[in-house]
Write a protein that binds this ligand. Sequence first.
Ligand code: SAM
Length: 468
Amino acid sequence: MNLPEQYLENMKELLGTDFDAYIESFNDSRLYGLRVNTMKISVEDFLKISPFKLTPIPWIENGFYYSEDDKPAKHPYYFAGLYYIQEPSAMTPANVLPVEEGDIVFDMCAAPGGKSTELGAKLNGSGLLVTNDISNSRAKALLKNVEVFGIPNVYVVSEDPKNIQPGFNEFFDKILIDAPCSGEGMFRKDNKLIKSWEKTGPEFYAKIQRDIILTGADMLKPGGKMLYSTCTFSKLEDEETVRHLLINRPDMHLIDIKHYDGFSSGFTYDDELKNMHLEKTVRIFPHKMEGEGHFVALFEKKSDGETPFKGHGIIHKQKNTKLATELEDFLGKLNKDTVNFDIENAKDNIMIKDNYVYLCSPYMPGQKGLRIMRTGLLLGELKKNRFEPSQALAMVLKMSDYPDVINLPASDERVIKYLKGETLDLPEFDGKTGDGWNLFCVDGYPLGWGKFKNGSLKNKYLAGWRWQ
Ligand SMILES: C[S@@+](CC[C@H](N)C(=O)[O-])C[C@H]1O[C@@H](n2cnc3c(N)ncnc32)[C@H](O)[C@@H]1O
């Protein structure tokens, strides 16, 4: 591997006697990880059905190493949103940010969704997740990933965070900033990053990070927690960005991160950093742990004990209260006791735009002027006297939420045919399930919709998501 001279110099200075061990780690093979979607399946149940050879990632309760031959992205369970494929160290930020059910959460640099999918799973259908990426094309991948994961209470935004901040001052309970960075920690995984480091290195990213981190702090509620992470080793992007925040926002301070064997403390190379407790930040080095390089810092905003309840305090209702009968009929079929969103109050939260029906969050304030890619959960589309449920809704549901179901085992070849968009012959379901909209499932986990009649299923799987 051809590493830039300047980079090697920086790493020698950073690592001292550990430098040789770090360089040696480039001879180790790349690691592959997947993270179980605990909103859909417990780790225990996943291990019972998993066809892969999995080994636990020691510091991530729902994370596992898999072997390269396993190809988990080519399995129906992946399409059912049962797991997300993610480099093991990259699982750390969302794992460390203590998101609790009911929280109002912001993921500021979120695409393609590796962290947002875990934040959404931790919310488990409660609270609100606003997930943003400045890049429109990357935000499309983010939208798909949060929808596959079945996160109902999500707004997908594609904006410069500076444009979001004015309407969301001190609004969020938890914020995650997985900042754009020079990517030094990923050189072993992706050597294209080495070339781009030579063009846009730490100085380039440090400027962006300083802006982003201050904007994030301003959107955090007093008493709220914010996590800053990078996948780089550079002190300029890590310790110095933290210093910039703590100097400019004295109401923010670092808090402890639960320690795991192999975590390295951030560097305290002067008195100011010592007083700021930079040792509370964590670096993951590939020569010390089974993962690529990462940096995480967890902050809390001071509170005078009387935290204004901004996020939850104001309830926003939608204007359209009269729902079309066909929409009411469809919602009436869902199992109110189990469905993962507030169906009782759905009427107050439904917005219909260009015949698309959205279930909005009562916690989300106005979003005028923002580029919003998804305004809550897309329930479906109203077409002449009909309601067509959306792919996103299928992913949010459990098999028990809908009365008409076609459930096949992963070993049945018709499952992959379904994912390819083919019409299916299912004579054994004739008379066993209702005609019309059916929820198509694999081993009890929904994949999408189809229309059933006379033993045949017309495929309604979203064309853009098909198995290639
Ligand atoms: C490290 S990646 C995020 C990875 C993501 N958190 C995940 O886990 O899948 C950084 C992201 O920041 C975005 N970005 C770059 N500049 C930004 C800015 N000023 N504000 C918000 N996002 C930005 C990039 O488009 C990129 O998707």
